[in-house]
Design a protein around this ligand. Structure first.
Ligand SMILES: [Zn+2]
Length: 292
């Protein structure tokens, strides 16, 4: 994204380093993400949009898709692999090779709409994975859980009014991208949180709004848009979650998955910009996914 951009390569290094120092790495299997195919990406993005992104991909320097979102010569390739990671994770779970997966990917995806890249996102990684489960694996109901501090406008744009998909989310409001509250579709459970809200408010939102909706939907696989920028140390936003809140919500989702989804959870990295807090939060999230 360019020098000094918060969505930086050190984010993945911070996660990898923390997984080793927390002793968790030895309990994980690592897979290299293949690139998503054009067919897989086109299930959730317009072909004209994909063609435009490909045409605008620079051979050197930066090309800005919006004021926050740039491509360099490698970004398109990274975006294809990021979406492909969620596809591979879906395949691994559906084949029974594992029950839970975490996709350590950049760029993130949940702001990417059907025909617009924005907010550091090119392709909507979780949407590509969920659409793959629906199209290829005979899955009839999926849930997408989004606890990133920003509203997942892209995922909402792609799946609004699709009864096979339930999206539940919390996000700071008002804040970028200023969406989520204007007449959401019946399959969207969008819970805004005011600046300064912390674990108590977040857990109430999950318990009172997410969990009943998830129980009614009975998802056969759960996707998590796992952004960690609602952490109290994050520089981009003003919520006050801590590692224990991420562990708690992960355990709650594991319970839903155990009841309805044979334990299947695919979690994919979205935001999280304080490197230390990101590493610690992902580690506690993954500690629960390993124990599931
Ligand atoms: Zn975010």
């Amino acid at each position: 994204m360019g020098a000094y951009h918060p969505e930086c390569p050190d984010r993945l290094r911070a996660i990898g380093d923390r997984l080793i120092s927390a002793g968790l790495d030895a309990y994980m299997r690592h897979y290299a993400a293949p690139p998503a195919t054009s067919e897989q990406v086109a299930r959730v993005h317009d072909r004209d949009f994909i063609a435009t992104i490909e045409a605008e991909s620079p051979t050197s320097g930066l090309h800005f898709l919006d004021p926050d979102t740039a491509m360099n010569a490698h970004t398109l390739n990274a975006a294809r692999h990021a979406a492909g990671a969620v596809v591979l994770a879906t395949d691994l779970l559906m084949r029974g090779e594992c029950r839970t997966a975490f996709c350590a990917v950049r760029p993130p995806g949940h702001h990417a709409e059907r025909s617009r890249a924005m907010g550091f996102c090119l392709f909507n990684n979780v949407a590509v994975g969920a659409a793959h489960a629906l199209a290829v694996h005979g899955i009839e109901r999926v849930a997408i859980v989004d606890f990133d501090v920003h509203h997942g406008n892209g995922t909402e744009d792609i799946f609004a009014h699709d009864p096979r998909v339930l999206m539940v989310s919390t996000f700071q409001h008002p804040m970028y991208p200023y969406s989520g509250l204007d007449n959401p579709a019946p399959n969207m459970v969008n819970i805004p949180l005011a600046a300064g809200a912390g674990g108590a408010e977040f857990r109430d939102a999950v318990s009172l709004h997410w969990l009943p909706a998830l129980e009614r939907h009975r998802p056969e696989i759960i996707y998590i848009s796992a952004g960690f920028d609602a952490h109290r140390e994050d520089p981009l936003a003003g919520l006050k979650l801590v590692e224990a809140d991420y562990a708690w919500v992960t355990r709650e989702l594991i319970r839903v998955a155990a009841t309805h989804a044979r334990g299947r959870i695919v979690s994919s990295l979205e935001g999280g910009y304080d490197l230390s807090a990101l590493g610690r939060s992902v580690a506690e999230h993954i500690r629960e996914l390993i124990a599931a």
